[in-house]
Design a protein around this ligand. Sequence first.
Ligand code: FAD
Length: 393
Amino acid sequence: VAGSNSREVVIVGGGPAASRCAFELRQRYDFDGAVTVVCAEDVIPYDRTRLSKELLAPQPPEAGLRWLEPYSSYEEHRIQLLCGQSAIGVDTRRSRLNLSGGQELRYDKLVCCTGGTPVLPPRLRSPGVYTLRHLQDVEALREALATCKRLVVVGGGFIGGEIASAAAAWGIGVVLVEALPQPLASVVGNEVGERVANLHRDSGVEVRTGAPVEGVERIDGSLRVGISGSEPIDADGVVVGAGMAPAVEWLKDTPVRLDDGVVTDSQCRTEVDGILAAGDCARWWNPRYQTLMRVEHWDTAGRHGKAAAASVVEDSAGFDPLPFFWSDQHGVKLQWIGHASNSDSVEIEDTDNPNKFVARYSHNGQLTAVLAVGQPRAIAKARQELQAVHSSS
Ligand SMILES: Cc1cc2nc3c(=O)[nH]c(=O)nc-3n(C[C@H](O)[C@H](O)[C@H](O)COP(=O)(O)OP(=O)(O)OC[C@H]3O[C@@H](n4cnc5c(N)ncnc54)[C@H](O)[C@@H]3O)c2cc1C
């Protein structure tokens, strides 16, 4: 193992970042010290992206739930899994992680991959209001979908859009409420966002935009969703897709720097010796864009976990991905690559089908990101183009 003196690696989290980090240590680096994964959920790591897709379908496919690795792989690779246990604090002077069950784990390297928790503002909390992040959320939401006649989805981001899409397939009335002028406007802009709104409308979803939700009130067993400046909406179920907050409160009494996530350098290292972070909970220095970044997407989280493993064994060249994500809405695949926060123009390449197009974002004439809607092949080409433009070296 290249340059590593670490003998005990403890990884906290049960998503792709934690899982990839653990397996990479064994499979790529032949790391022969102890590897322990601590995960608050009481199931082995699974594919979270299916929660709002296959697992919310009226008839979920067989094997709708997918484990990231079969249980036997953890044994085979001598990865100790502690499921159903939460990290609750760290004694950084003694290099000990404290677990909810009272156990203390010694570490040489501690990798934080705790993802995030859905944001649910107090004014939206009520029985009948749901969020979706973990497997345990699916059952409650499915029960609601089975009895609902009208569902309000608060938030037109990717998860809100997928939930609206899944709920429409149950044949119930769905209202998607978005505070911005269009769904996804903060990522794809208003022009493309309007097309996404139309995709929902074509499938029978009512879309209310420019509609900030004020609160939810429970009246005689049904729910009233108050909208600032317009009519309230009555429903019998509400799902909130209002983003997530990094799950880092267990680190708050440590010297680890927290600022919208765990702040690290490009090699996943915090300023505290031996503590690293990866995935949705980490805000790291991306050399490609010369900025701190936090990304909340599956592909990046898995790659980030691998980068953390490289850093554990001191073989890291720095983590500089082109952010990539996909989403499935009403049977159409949306794929995004790049980073477009400073884009000043968007060019749309249309096809005969309004639900199939490519949007190319640029800044000062230079390509920054590409969104491919119903055009899966366009993304590989876009990746090559963006690699050439935004090379970090
Ligand atoms: C419903 C849904 C659909 C999605 N669909 C897509 C998609 O289509 N495309 C896409 O690109 N991305 C999608 N994402 C985003 C993607 O799932 C995340 O970016 C990815 O899971 C992040 O991986 P992670 O390993 O950083 O964290 P997570 O997958 O969030 O895993 C974090 C784990 O840490 C555990 N944990 C938290 N706190 C503690 C603690 N104190 N102690 C121990 N364990 C703890 C959590 O229980 C969880 O198991 C979706 C997300 C959701 C919720």
